[in-house]
Design a protein. Structure first.
Length: 145
């Protein structure tokens, strides 16, 4: 975890962003389990207990900035924003366990955006996201016991 935090600190400084104790706590909160998504609301509550002057907007704005820098991945799930430490791969897809929240990277053949653009005349596709949901092998093994 220390290595992830040090890399993040260097990246922020490289982009002329200050390394504050609040930002460090934000990174620590997701770096503890880099293979899981966390609800930002939970992290928000935890951080605002630690730093009462820290605003909800500041936390979300920082996570959005971290996402632009490739530090974290954000996703909307069940009307809640979730965050996880970013994977090393440039473009990738996930399998997410509905019970424990564990995230596993999955391989997929390249997506040909021209196939979809033909269905959307005049549109230009700039990206996509693909997630599989289910129960991971560990959770299935636990439930069968």
């Amino acid at each position: 975890m220390e290595e992830l935090i040090e890399q993040t600190q260097a990246l922020l400084r490289q982009h002329h962003l200050r390394w504050t104790k609040q930002r460090k706590k934000m990174i620590e909160s997701v770096a503890q389990h880099p293979d899981r998504y966390f609800n930002i609301v939970e992290i928000d509550q935890y951080l605002r207990e630690q730093y009462p002057g820290l605003s909800h907007d500041t936390i979300y704005r920082n996570f959005k900035e971290f996402e632009k820098l490739g530090i974290v991945e954000l996703r909307q799930h069940n009307d809640q924003m979730q965050v996880k430490f970013a994977c090393d791969a440039a473009h990738h897809h996930h399998f997410i366990c509905d019970q424990c929240g564990k995230v596993q990277e999955i391989k997929m053949p390249p997506v040909d955006s021209s196939f979809f653009e033909k269905q959307l005349p005049g549109a230009k596709i700039t990206g996509h996201r693909f997630e599989l949901h289910g129960i991971c092998a560990d959770c299935r093994a636990k439930s069968s016991q």
